[in-house]
Design a protein around this ligand. Structure first.
Ligand SMILES: Nc1ncnc2c1ncn2[C@@H]1O[C@H](COP(=O)(O)OP(=O)(O)O)[C@@H](O)[C@H]1O
Ligand SMILES: [Mg+2]
Length: 226
């Protein structure tokens, strides 16, 4: 597993302070982040791969500062967004997966082999030439996850990857995430998903108010909102 360290991280957008003194050392394989809307979860999640850098403090991944070496960190940490439409860029499923490897240095045959591997893994083998925008919501999110996995990152951060999906598709995407070998950090409102996690962090108004086992985090979160 990678070691992700938040050291005295603060973040503000203009005058609005959205993260306060975050100190974390994340080494577990399955980590959940929960909290009310607007509590700072996405801001925190985006910092893990340098999509956002802190106003003060540092975030490092295996000692590499996300603010200094963003591109390097992003090769190691993949990010899955809530809305797969923002992540899918190419017209067809196969092209979209291949596009993820455009700067990988792999040759055409190697790229084709990896694309086939992902298509098979996510049951999209017959969809290689299918227009990506015509996939179901669940298939789109699997494609978005596939486009991250194809680069073989060591960490995957997913920001509410099932929030826009119906229950059935949410389950499919959740079990796909559950099956990956990588270290996974998931922001979610789907609390049952966290049952098997190693660690759950509860965020409230930009601060960590609970950090521990899922069995204790969920009651802590419920208490907070009641
Ligand atoms: N780009 C931005 N500019 C200004 N404020 C923002 C921006 N992004 C988020 N915020 C604000 O920061 C706070 C935390 O947002 P966010 O991290 O998205 O929370 P969450 O993911 O928990 O809903 C919210 O009050 C939100 O309105
Ligand atoms: Mg969010």
């Amino acid at each position: 597993m990678s070691e992700i360290v938040f050291d005295r991280v603060h973040h503000r957008y203009g005058e609005r302070h959205v993260l306060r003194d975050i100190r974390l050392r994340l080494t577990e394989r399955r980590i959940g982040v929960i909290g009310a809307n607007g509590s700072g979860k996405s801001t925190l999640a985006r910092m893990v791969n340098g999509l956002l850098t802190p106003t003060s403090g540092t975030v490092t991944v295996d000692g590499v500062d996300t603010a200094r070496k963003g591109a390097r960190v992003r090769r190691q940490v993949g990010f899955v967004f809530t809305d797969p439409d923002t992540q899918i860029v190419m017209p067809t499923v196969g092209e979209d997966l291949a596009f993820s490897l455009r700067r990988s240095g792999l040759d055409k045959a190697q790229i084709a082999a990896r694309v086939t591997e992902i298509l098979e893994r996510f049951g999209l083998r017959d969809h290689a030439d299918h227009p990506a925008h015509l996939l179901s919501g669940g298939q789109k999110q699997l494609l978005a996850l596939g486009a991250v996995l194809i680069r073989r990152p060591s960490v995957i951060v997913a920001d509410e990857p099932t929030t826009l999906l119906d229950l059935r598709n949410a389950r499919i995407v959740a079990s796909a995430l559950d099956a990956v070998d990588q270290q996974v950090i998931v922001v979610t409102h789907q609390l049952p998903l966290l049952d098997t996690f190693d660690r759950v962090i509860v965020v409230d108004e930009g601060a960590i108010v609970f950090d521990g086992a899922p069995a204790d985090a969920v009651p802590a979160y419920r208490e907070l909102i009641e």
